[in-house]
Design a protein around this ligand. Structure first.
Ligand SMILES: [Zn+2]
Length: 204
């Protein structure tokens, strides 16, 4: 698996219409949780966030929102923000513009959002051109690597803490696959960044 914890500046310059981070003098960061909601972990994530008075953004899969409406409502009730992450978690590069948009609309029919994140961070330039007109397309500045089963939770926390700066958008996953690492990494990240003076905001 090839990926970088920190998104290179060159990539940000190359795709300026996508949002990779926020320029802010304020000491705040934007935690994001992809692929939920889940019955197993969403409520646990919400508890962790609440205990640090942290707000975050959940990029939800439409099909999971249909399956787990209570967990979705809990996200909304605690005033976190939500973003469209397609209905079936499909890869834009393996789909035509039409079928990709159809899947995004299907998610949109379940909940409305002005935010979109492409699954796997992949989409064609054509898809991107259409979507950036309709949505704020939110990429990331820092990957926790929680999806990587070869890593420890502590390593994921370290990757986040070492690479976070003001306005960083940080990716975690609300999924069974990432849970072993998330359960260790998230409390460490919340505790450490809070002690460094950061606050946690939802993307609006
Ligand atoms: Zn995803």
């Amino acid at each position: 698996m090839t990926y970088l914890y920190k998104t290179p500046q060159l990539l940000k310059w190359y795709y300026p219409n996508l949002i990779w981070d926020f320029t802010t003098a304020e000491k705040c960061v934007y935690l994001t949780f992809d692929d939920g909601p889940t019955t197993e972990y969403t409520l646990w994530i919400l508890e962790q966030l609440e205990s640090y008075n942290a707000k975050a953004t959940f990029f939800c899969i439409g099909n999971n929102v249909e399956k787990h409406p209570k967990e979705f409502e809990a996200i909304i009730k605690q005033k976190h923000s939500v973003g469209n992450h397609t209905y079936n978690h499909i890869n834009g590069c393996n789909n035509s513009l039409l079928s990709y948009l159809r899947d995004i609309r299907k998610c949109e029919a379940i909940f409305k959002s002005n935010l979109f994140r492409p699954p796997y961070g992949r989409m064609s330039n054509k898809q991107s051109a259409v979507l950036t007109k309709e949505y704020k397309v939110i990429m990331w500045d820092v990957l926790s690597g929680d999806f990587d089963t070869s890593l420890s939770g502590e390593k994921c926390a370290e990757a986040v803490i070492d690479n976070t700066t003001n306005g960083s958008i940080i990716v975690f996953h609300d999924s069974i696959k990432a849970a072993d690492r998330l359960k260790i990494a998230l409390p460490i990240v919340l505790e450490t960044l809070t002690s460094q003076g950061f606050t946690f905001k939802a993307i609006l």
